[in-house]
Design a protein around this ligand. Sequence first.
Ligand code: DOR
Ligand code: ZN
Ligand code: ZN
Length: 426
Amino acid sequence: MSKLLIRGGTCVLPEGCQTADILIDGKKIVKIAKNVEDKDAKVLDAKGLHVFPGLIDMHVHLREPGFEYKEDIASGSAAAVRGGFTQVCCMPNTQPVCDNAAVVGYIVARGKEADLCKIRPIGAITKGEQGEQLAEMGKMKAAGAVAVSDDGKPVSNARIMRLAMEYASDFGLICLSHCEDKELVDGGVVNEGYNSTLAGMKGIPRAAEEIMLAREIILAETLQKRVHICHVSTKGGVQLLREAKARGVQVTAETCPHYFTLTDDVVMSYDANTKVNPPIRETEDVAAIREGLRDGTLDCIVTDHAPHHKDEKNVEYNLAAFGISGIETSFSLSYTYLVKTGILTVGELAKRMSENPAKILGLEGGCLKEGGVADVMIADLGEEYVIDSREFVSKGKNTPFNGMKVFGKVKYTVVDGKIKFTAERE
Ligand code: DOR
Ligand code: ZN
Ligand code: ZN
C-alpha cells in the first residue's frame, strides 16, 4: 500500500479551515492532524496552498459513446482532473442514448480504463430520451447509474415525469430535470429581452424554464418524492425553489458558473461560444443566482460541461450548437466570483462543489475526514492567471471565458490516494 502525506496545507474541513497534515494510506485518509510524521510516505508540500475535498461535478457531457469527435471519456477525464474534479456524473445524451444497463456498463468500463477520475453514469429517464416509455432504471442502477435524467431534452409529458419520479424512487434514484417548455422556446437561441431584440435573435423567455420548474415542484410535493433541478438560470426559478424548500418540498437544485458570472450583454459579440441552453440571462438574474447560492437555495455548482467541435460553433449564431466546455474553468470562476467577492466562504464553496453533490446522489467523498476516501484537490488561491482555451485538455475549446483573468489555480488532484494531476508538469 502506498502512502501520501499532504503537508502543511490549509485544509478545508467540515469544521472549518485549519492548517494540518493529511496522511493517506492506500485509498483512505487515515490521519488529519498537525505534525504528522510517516517515514514511508511520499510527501506533497502543500504550504501556502488550500486542500479541498475532491470536487464532484454532477452534470457533465462526456459524449462517449457516439460523439467522440466532441469529447471522449479519456479526454473528459483528463479535463476533469485538470479542473480539480475527482468524480463526475455524465449525462445520457450520447449515441446510443445511455438508457440501458449495457451502455451504463460500457461507460463505467471506459472510465476505469481512463483511470483518472471516477466516472458515474446517469441513465436516461425515458428510452432514447424520447419522453414516451420509461427506461429500465433498476437494471441501470445495478450497472452503476447514480441518477436518471433526459438532460439535453425536457420530459415534456407531465404524466411520464410523474411516473418517472415514482419509479426512480423505488430504486433509490433521483430524477434530474432539464426544465424547458419547448413550445415556449419555439426555436429561440438567446435570452428573451432587450439584447435579443437589439441583436435580432430569437429569444427564450424565462417562463420556458420556470413553468417546468414549477411543474417539477408540484409533482415532487404531491408525490412526496425527491427531484433535482438542472442548471437554474433565472431569478424566478430561484424564488420558486426558495418557497418550495421553505414548505418542505424535497427539491434540490444546481447552477453553473456561466449563470453567476455573465449577463446576456455577451451575446452582442455574436460569438457562438456564448450560446448555451438555458441561455445566459440578465443582471437581476445573475444577482438572484448569487443570492440563491449564498442562502443555500441552490445546493450545487455544476459545469454542464458541453464540449463541441469547433465546426459546430464557428457558424452563424442561430445554427451553432448549445453548450460551454466548462470543466477546466469552474473552480477558478467560482472562487473568483463567489469567494473573492465575499458571497461564499471557502468552506461553503466546498459544500456547493463537493459535499452537496455527494449527498444528493449518495456518492462517496464530499468531505475530508479520517477514514474517508482519499479524493483531494489542492489549489493555490492566491495565483492569478488568464484562461486560455488552447491549454484545455478537453477536446471542446468552446468557452466564453477565454482571456479572462481569474484567481485560484488547481495544483494537484488526488483520486483514491493517487496523484492524477499536477499543474507543474503541464
Ligand atoms: O447547452 C447545453 N448543452 N444544454 C443542454 O441542455 C445540452 C448540452 C449539450 O448536450 O450540448
Ligand atoms: Zn440540460
Ligand atoms: Zn447538460
